[in-house]
Design a protein around this ligand. Structure first.
Ligand code: H2B
Length: 104
């Protein structure tokens, strides 16, 4: 299925939908969908990252991220379209569900 770059208006609408009900929201920073997750400890953070990594590999859509102990800073972008696509919002939603399985 081809991937389409979302317009600014479409990205803002998708961001609002993604953030509905979330205590800590995602933001669009420098054209990337970004969020910093914080967990109880490194084990929880790495468990979260492992679930995300396996999903990302299945989808062939990979995050930019960094980890320091209990924090995981995530930036999502679709390199193939040089911008945001539905794939980024899909991955962000999955990341939220994986984060919910790990201790904050
Ligand atoms: N991940 C992300 N975030 N954006 C992409 O455009 C992308 C990817 N493209 N993972 C995939 C891999 C592409 O390079 C391969 C060839 O399908």
């Amino acid at each position: 299925m081809p991937t389409h770059k979302l317009t600014t208006v479409q990205s803002q609408a998708a961001l609002s939908e993604l953030n509905t009900g979330l205590p800590t929201p995602w933001e669009i920073i420098d054209g990337k969908l970004a969020k910093a997750f914080k967990f109880k400890d490194f084990q929880q953070a790495f468990g979260f990252m492992t679930m995300c990594a396996l999903y990302a590999e299945r989808q062939d859509h990979h995050p930019e991220w960094s980890n320091v102990y209990n924090k995981v800073a995530v930036q999502l972008i679709t390199h193939d379209v040089s911008g945001l696509s539905e794939k980024d919002f899909d991955l962000a939603k999955k990341m939220e569900s994986f984060a919910a399985l790990h201790k904050a």
